[in-house]
Design a protein around this ligand. Structure first.
Ligand SMILES: Nc1ncnc2c1ncn2[C@@H]1O[C@H](COP(=O)(O)OP(=O)(O)OP(=O)(O)O)[C@@H](O)[C@H]1O
Ligand SMILES: [Mg+2]
Length: 646
């Protein structure tokens, strides 16, 4: 895993200059632009000079003190300035670097318009890149090269010493030794046509995403449909997993998989994450499926959560509303809080009432066919006076089976009017009364109504074998560095969204709590697709998804979001996104939005024109400029037997 950009070996500046990659002479330059004289013969020998490619301008021969980094932005007409013309003419007859004939045919010459990206120089033996030019008067006459292979790798993977130091500091805190993790995700690609610059004999340059840019940061993946957004996400999940294993740094990853493409539930669909990392992947679904854990909760144990799920489903089902159904929908199952009670006695009274309400609710669930968890009994305390009045033969404190509980509440209803507390109030509270109505299918007027049957259609949302809250379970997996895939391709859409949010909220709050205690929160990466639905421009920034996007970094939560349109994302979040990967966009409006960030404007033309899959323009936190990259294809067969890269 050597990184030429970070090494201080012989002369990293001289190593950037590849003599066989000579393409011409610098005719003129100012702070922002440069004009390069080139010839067809020189270009051909250097495997072409595609639009948007990087060029380096260095002093001819000897050790250069500095090298200009340029990007080709177009061709240029012969200048009107006579002095410049004369200068260019003189350059034409100079012998080319690296040998070869002097070009003589006038028509073979051409001019390239370039943007000046910065200046490479040495400081304390290390390569540095300043994002401007200090002195351009000497620039004319510099030899220009198109870097490839190792030199190009050094350029595109350049990280400033200040960032390296900051990252090393962060790594030390994490207990990491040696060089910092980087994720190889693709190779430099300039243009749609790959015959020359990526063709036979051309040395490709691997592009890495630095872990320190990625972890606890925001990464956006944009592009039209079918241009490789999901592939990029898969590639990221895979390299993060691999690197975290190599560096023994636990990084939990959770994918909100809207189309089931990461989970691979069906056999024809090849290429899933689950298939490549079977031991490290945990898959969740909302309906029982072999190989998947249930995202759902146990309604007998996670009471409030289960009730909210049912209430949401009932609300969505648009059933006619009876008074009892309305009352059920608005019930609150929060247990009594001692601090809020005026006395111990009051707390005990409330607890007893709460237990009774819970028992009635559980009896309704059981009556509706919700399977009781193994060895589960409906259990509650009743004072002996009432117990003897209702049914002296059983003590609910020892636990009741579902039929026993049904019978118990049936008997309660027979003598309900006689059940008075010591203060003279009815012993049955209104909520409990409603639940008994549901259980016995009789409303307060004694009329029949469907009662518990209303709950029957939603039995699949209950997970009888789960003993812990699914959110806790998922968070634990993440803390242990697992890949969690939430396959949200099946199940009720309203519930999917609600559960998805609930899990996100739990992750955020758990990690924030750790952070607020002054401890290191675990590294977690959250991947979301169709991000415009979660962090869209109209979304309130107080909602959980925008909150994670804005504040998750504090608690070491990284967010990777994918969507088709740049303009659909909340501007505030986009402005704070450290890494942006964009493939083909099809309209000027989107290009315009993007061009407001960094030097994406340079790629406006190519982003609209090139529809190549996986051809991304990438800006990362460490890179001072945008780099065009062909993202590697996530190939399950290769992924299963990885060759060491980097
Ligand atoms: N870098 C790549 N190299 C080669 N093939 C790729 C690459 N990226 C994606 N593909 C292939 O292109 C197809 C579309 O890719 P993908 O599903 O990632 O696109 P997408 O942008 O997520 O599309 P959608 O908008 O429909 O979600 C897939 O068959 C995928 O295997
Ligand atoms: Mg996709």
């Amino acid at each position: 895993m050597s990184n030429p950009a970070q090494s201080s070996s012989p002369d990293p500046l001289a190593q950037l200059v590849q003599k066989n990659q000579f393409v011409g002479w610098l005719g003129a330059a100012d702070y922002t632009r440069a004009l390069v004289l080139t010839s067809d013969a020189w270009k051909a020998r250097a495997h072409g000079v595609p639009h948007n490619c990087f060029l380096l301008a260095a002093a001819e021969g000897g050790a250069a003190a500095e090298i200009l980094l340029l990007r080709v932005t177009g061709s240029a007409e012969a200048p009107a300035d006579a002095e410049l013309l004369a200068k260019l003419d003189k350059l034409k007859s100079r012998p080319p670097i690296g040998g070869g004939e002097v070009t003589i045919e006038e028509y073979q010459f051409g001019l390239l318009q370039c943007r000046v990206l910065g200046t490479f120089y040495l400081q304390d033996g290390k390569l540095r890149l300043g994002s401007d030019v200090e002195n351009f008067t000497q620039a004319a006459g510099l030899a220009v090269f198109r870097p490839e292979g190792a030199a190009l790798e050094a350029i595109v993977n350049y990280v400033s010493p200040a960032r390296v130091a900051a990252a090393a500091e962060e790594a030390r805190r994490l207990g990491l030794q040696g060089e910092l993790p980087r994720f190889p995700i693709g190779t430099v690609r300039y243009a749609s046509t790959e015959r020359l610059h990526r063709g036979e004999g051309a040395a490709r340059a691997v592009f890495h995403l630095n872990a320190v840019d990625f972890l606890a940061r925001r990464t956006a993946v944009f592009g039209m449909t079918r241009t490789g957004k999901s592939n990029t996400v898969k590639k990221l999940v895979s390299v993060v997993k691999r690197t975290s294993d190599d560096f023994k740094l636990k990084i939990g990853q959770i994918i909100y998989d809207l189309n089931g493409e990461y989970a691979n539930a069906n056999q024809q669909d090849q290429g899933s994450i689950a298939e490549v990392f079977p031991a490290a992947t945990v898959r969740y679904r909302m309906v029982p499926t072999p190989g998947f854990a249930l995202i759902l909760n146990n309604f007998f144990r996670q009471i409030s959560e289960g009730h909210s799920t049912l209430a949401g489903l009932l609300q969505a089902s648009k059933l006619p509303r009876s008074a009892d159904l309305e009352a059920f929908l608005s019930m609150d199952f929060t247990p009594p809080n001692k601090e809020e009670c005026s006395s111990d006695y009051e707390f005990q009274r409330q607890t007893a009432m709460y237990q009774l309400k819970l028992a009635a609710y559980q009896a309704v669930l059981a009556r509706a066919g919700y399977e009781l968890p193994p060895d589960f009994k409906i259990t509650f305390e009743v004072n002996p006076g009432i117990r003897n009045k209702v049914n002296p033969s059983v003590d609910p404190a020892n636990g009741l089976t579902a039929p026993q509980a049904f019978e118990w509440f049936y008997l309660v209803r027979q003598i309900q009017d006689e059940l008075i507390t010591t203060t003279g109030a009815s012993w049955i509270e209104p909520d409990t009364n409603v639940l008994i109505n549901l259980l016995l299918q009789k409303n307060d007027q004694g009329g029949y109504f469907p009662g518990f049957r209303l709950l029957q259609p939603f039995k699949d949302y209950h997970a009888p074998n789960r003993s812990t809250d699914v959110c806790d379970e998922i968070y634990n997996h993440l803390v242990n560095g697992k890949i969690v895939i939430l396959d949200l391709s099946v199940g009720d859409p309203v519930q999917r969204e609600r559960l998805g949010k609930r899990i996100a909220r739990h992750i955020f709050h758990s990690s924030m709590a750790t952070f607020n205690r002054g401890l290191h929160a675990p590294h977690i990466v959250v991947y979301v697709e169709e991000a415009h639905n979660l962090i869209g421009r109209t979304e309130a920034l107080t909602e959980i998804w925008p909150t994670i996007a804005k504040e998750g970094a504090k608690a070491r939560i990284a967010m990777v979001y994918a969507t088709q349109e740049v303009s659909s994302i909340h501007p505030n979040i986009l402005a704070n996104t450290e890494n942006i990967l964009v493939s083909h966009l099809n309209n000027q409006h989107e290009i315009g939005e993007l061009a407001r960030y960094y030097d994406f404007g340079d790629f406006a033309e190519s982003l609209i024109r090139a529809q190549d899959i996986g051809f991304a323009r990438v800006k990362t936190l460490s890179n001072p400029f945008v780099i065009p990259v062909q993202i590697d294809k996530f190939d399950p067969e290769k992924e299963k037997n990885p060759v060491a890269v980097g």
